[in-house]
Design a protein around this ligand. Structure first.
Ligand code: F6R
Length: 609
């Protein structure tokens, strides 16, 4: 989704903005632009397409010069991707320039009013309304003009604003869209996230909803929505700058797949003590409180939701607490039955997904205790949840998640064991056994990488595929959901996941000679049943690629291709099983020459609903 960068300092701003925008590319975008203020004039250059097109335009026309500016990558919501709709947007007088992430929900009414007053719009965006309103509300004081304008806006917005008459000041505003302010001795920044400025600083302030920041070259002041000054805490971010770069890999996705063993170790090891006990950071969740929960909701979007599906199987089996898993965009509008006796677990890599954030707020409003599993430190979900467990996966740049999914799963296992111990549904010694096994998962994931050539060969056979079906039962089904999403989102092959036992209730009519089916046969207890389902599709001409555990090599006798994975406790098998399927998606997309890290139409951080 849209990315914002802004700078006010002593350096030449245009190269710095372009560099920052490239760091935000991973969020997904279709056009980009910058605005630079110098000698009382704002110079805007913007272009449809990639940042390379913007760079080209700048080199062919002129490079804006100055040491204060704003930049933007746009992911179209109102109006097609085009030069006109790209940000920044001028106000009518060209005195103000605005970049925006979010959606101004009342823009149509505001625009109609402004048009009646004679304002002429040059784009289809909701953002241009903000720029025009600044002219309309202008009383000669930049700060007051912004404050008045913001009060008229409904919806979500992170804004960066320049005023040609106040060349010393950059103003940022935040409501329901992510924004940080980062500081350094050479100047101060605004950005959608810290990755944009990691090259320059690690010191940042996380802006909260309703806050406004006045950024000067030598300092930053924060205000609440009434314009009263507020104090905020400076946060230090540990992320390694190289972690946000490709490090020799062709794609971030492959780099991140390969980082999984390490990310799992980093996520698990601080939470398992030397005497094999769980320590969930500073979360104060007593056994009594856990026993008091009569239901757990797990809520997320996309892959985060799929982690929840695994969580349901594992928590219900170990802790015997009923679990409901919900897609955040459904949960928030369906009057969920949450109350003080429910625990709501919210899962999000970015911590900024609009629907997930609203689902969290909905659960809180209803009195539920909320626990968030989040990757981005200081993100909105992390700040608003009652408790947070961070996945220590480091920055995930590829749009398709891999290491965030895996680390989220690992925390789900820890929670399940913790709940089960509190409920007395497992013994201390079984818990120890589980924790010992859990710590072997990173090494077992590493072993999977030996299967890469085999997986690549299977993927090459999918180069011209139109449809794929993933089937599995129980936890294999939960993994099938994620595997299918991985394949479709980056290779653009239509793909579905089915509970294998459901095939005969309709879907099997789609199977014809040549149809590709990926049969997940790792759930030991149900292997025979899934193999029977695989035989049913084979009998109808399907090509079957099976994924099974070592020791079950007989599965390969009936299938076209098969790979065998290291065994673990059946509850943890998804952590191992998902990895070859991530690789399958990757190599299929590669064979089809797709834009793996930035698939079409997708954004890394979905900050609008
Ligand atoms: C798929 C993928 C998405 C995200 C979803 C939620 O590979 O990455 O489905 O899982 O958009 O994003 P977060 O976890 O940031 O809330």
């Amino acid at each position: 989704m849209c990315g914002i960068i802004g700078y006010n300092g002593t350096s030449d701003v245009a190269p710095l903005l372009l560099d920052g925008l490239e760091k935000l590319e991973y969020r997904g975008y279709d056009s980009a632009g910058i605005a630079v203020l110098e000698d009382g004039q704002i110079d805007i250059v913007k272009s449809k397409g990639k940042i390379s097109s913007l760079r080209e335009k700048i080199s062919k026309t002129h490079a804006p010069k100055g040491d204060i500016g704003i930049g933007h990558t746009r992911w179209a919501t109102h109006g097609e991707p085009s030069d006109e709709n790209a940000h920044p947007h001028y106000s009518a007088s060209r005195r103000f320039a605005v970049v925006h992430n979010g959606i101004i929900e009342n823009f149509a009414t505001l625009k109609a009013d402004l048009q009646k007053k004679g304002y002429v719009f040059h784009s289809d965006t909701d953002t241009e309304v903000v720029a025009m309103l600044l002219d309309e509300n202008d009383n000669g004081n930049f700060f007051e003009t912004v404050l008045k304008t913001v009060k008229m806006l409904q919806g979500s917005y992170a804004l960066g604003i320049l005023d040609a008459n106040d060349p010393d000041t950059l103003i940022a505003v935040k409501r329901s869209s992510p924004l940080i302010v980062a500081v350094s001795p050479e100047g101060n920044y605004i950005a959608s996230d810290i990755t944009a400025v990691l090259n320059h600083t690690r010191e940042m302030y996380k802006m909260n909803d309703g806050e406004l920041a006045v950024i000067k070259p030598d300092g930053v002041t924060f205000f609440n929505e009434d314009g009263d000054p507020i104090l905020k805490e400076l946060q230090h971010v540990d992320w390694d700058v190289h972690a946000a770069e490709k490090g020799g890999y062709e794609h971030f996705m492959m780099k991140e797949i390969k980082e999984q063993p390490d990310a799992l170790r980093k996520t698990l090891s601080p939470r398992i003590t030397e005497d094999n006990k769980i320590k969930l950071d500073d979360i104060e969740l007593t056994d009594e409180q856990i026993k008091g929960f009569d239901r757990i909701y797990i809520v997320g979007c996309g892959s985060a939701y799929h982690v929840g599906v695994v969580g349901k199987y594992v928590i219900e089996q170990l802790a015997r607490i009923p679990v409901e898993v919900d897609i955040a965009s459904e949960f928030r509008y369906r009057y969920p039955l949450v109350n003080e006796k429910t625990l709501t677990i919210i899962i999000s890599q970015s911590g900024e997904t609009a629907d997930t954030l609203e689902a969290l707020r909905e659960a809180k409003r209803a009195g539920s205790r909320t626990l968030a599993i989040v990757n981005v430190v200081g993100s909105s979900i992390a700040s608003e949840a009652d408790d947070v467990l961070y996945t220590w996966a480091g920055p995930e740049i590829s749009v398709a998640t891999t290491k965030a999914y895996s680390t989220q799963l690992s925390l789900m296992y820890l929670l399940a064991i913790r709940f089960a111990l509190a409920k007395g549904s497992i013994t201390e010694s079984y818990s120890q056994e589980l924790l010992t096994e859990l710590q072997t998962i990173p090494d077992k994931v590493e072993e999977i990488f030996k299967l890469e050539p085999q997986i690549e060969r299977v993927a090459e056979t999918y180069t011209y595929l139109h449809h794929a079906y993933f089937i599995g039962r129980n936890l294999d089904y939960a993994v099938a959901l994620e595997a299918s999403l991985k394949l479709k989102e980056i290779s653009y092959i239509h793909s579905e996941a089915y509970a294998a036992g459901e095939l005969k209730h309709g879907t099997i009519s789609l199977i014809e000679p040549g149809t590709s089916v990926i049969a997940l046969c790792c759930c030991e207890r149900l292997v025979d049943k899934t193999v029977s389902n695989a035989k049913e599709v084979l009998a109808r001409g399907a090509q079957v690629f099976a994924v099974a555990n070592e020791g079950n090599e007989s599965v390969g006798n009936i299938c076209d291709h098969a790979i065998y994975l290291p065994k673990t406790n059946p509850l943890f098998q998804p952590s191992i099983e998902v990895v070859p399927l991530q690789l399958l998606g990757y190599y299929t997309a590669k064979a089809r020459k797709c834009d793996i890290d930035k698939p079409r139409n997708l954004a890394k951080s979905v900050t609008v609903e």
